[in-house]
Write a protein that binds this ligand. Sequence first.
Ligand code: PTJ
Length: 254
Amino acid sequence: MKIPRSHPRYGSLVTREKLVTAWKAGIVVPEGLIAHGRGEAFDYLLGEETSAPALVAEKTAAAFLVRAKSPVISVNGNVAALAAGAVTRLARAIPAKVEVNLFHRTPARVSRIAGVLRKAGAKEVLGLRPDARIPGLASKRALAQRAGIYGADVVLVPLEDGDRTEALVRMGKVVISVDLNPLSRTSRTATVPVVDELTRAIPNIEKFVRELEEDSKEAERTVRTYDRAGNLRASYSFLSWRLRTLVHGPKKKR
Ligand code: PTJ
């Protein structure tokens, strides 16, 4: 479908169209379209821009990633459809491995998504030949590679379901989530929950990675002073402030 540039929701419609095209190509599952709708509803409430607490979480995510021994970025269908290029650039900047990990896993989908990542510039893509299982997970999301997610110390999991986040945290890993829903089990369980839209969050994290690579003291300070519970509370406060402003209008300056 050709979307007119003049449409007030042009960006949103283009994103939707990208997901539908990726669904037709067997990259995104129908459930991924539902997940996107849920994310977009939260983004409306959040004002469709990165909040101050999200920016703090993104800097913290970058600090954990640059200090990691074996960082891995997990990619699913929606992430491949919306942010393959951004994920590949982030992986190169850290540097981190990239692994395809799917909830609705079929070997054909894994290899199609790996193809999308390779086309976007990823040299090595893991996930095609899993050789380990994440303990305590019944779903196919448990299938992982020892050289990737299974053996990683820090894992970035954009658009996740809560089960695997919990299981990875139980394994002692630092889990960074990107999820617009601050109430989701993922956001409530991740070590660093980033409550922001994927295509804003990933480039922001990359920008901080580039800054913190040059400043190891600041990276160390960022990790040390991060207040996970306080940051999540700030996300809830931001949401509540947004709703109050929508009800009463912005406060007038005296
Ligand atoms: O490709 P697969 O087979 O691994 O399946 C992927 C989906 C997304 C279907 C699977 O991981 C899933 O079911 O996820 P959930 O449980 O629906 O959770 C997805 C979360 O991502 C929801 O909390 C949404 O609010 C959030 N979300 C959706 N789109 C975005 C988003 N968060 C950030 N940016 C988005 N663009």
